[in-house]
Design a protein around this ligand. Sequence first.
Ligand SMILES: N[C@@H](CCC(=O)N[C@@H](CS)C(=O)NCC(=O)O)C(=O)O
Length: 213
Amino acid sequence: MKLYHYVHCPFCLRVRMVLGLFGIRYESIVLPYNDEKTPIDIMGVKMLPILTDGHFKTNESLEIIKHLDSNDVLKLRTLEGLEEFKQLENYLNQLGSNVHSLAMPYWIYTKEFDESSRKYFQEKKEIKRGPFSELVKRKEEFILALQKDLKELENQLNPFYGASTLRIYDIMIASHLWGMYVVPEFQFSTKIHDYLQKVGKECHFDYHKDFWS
Ligand SMILES: N[C@@H](CCC(=O)N[C@@H](CS)C(=O)NCC(=O)O)C(=O)O
């Protein structure tokens, strides 16, 4: 089994968390962000995560998770058609937008990037979000919006999201938030930090493992 991924990408983190949760061995391939050829050769489009497992190959995180979780331990198959699932996806889109505006200018200086992949990432992302220098100036605005969304989240934790056991929702939430740990101006509340660490622990998750081991 091979996973092609980016370290900062929340959709890739989902898959790494699930692989860790189930203790599945796999080959971890962190692609440089400016490598267009590898994903296009495998899937016809530049989008990660890509999981290949024999004849199985896909670049949709939730499809990958269904493949890995055939017994539906995480309840993805059960929950995905429900209105509450759509609501959580909408919530994560909103939250993710603030996370991206805050974290992207810092992600490009983590070990995942070199000079050329940093330039490629920044140029591509600035088309949608505007100059990173402007995003950095607006950080207070993004932090306030994110804190508001996180207060809402705190009320749902019991200790997992609306449940006493880990489900797909927790994987989706934790993977969208984890990248905020690299933003120096930001601090999680103790409750959210403890929640993220609890999810991370169950999933034997180590964000920068590919560079440290
Ligand atoms: N629906 C996909 C979304 C994956 C996705 O958006 N991946 C982004 C990284 S976070 C990507 O590969 N973007 C490539 C690019 O923009 O160059 C999933 O759930 O896996």
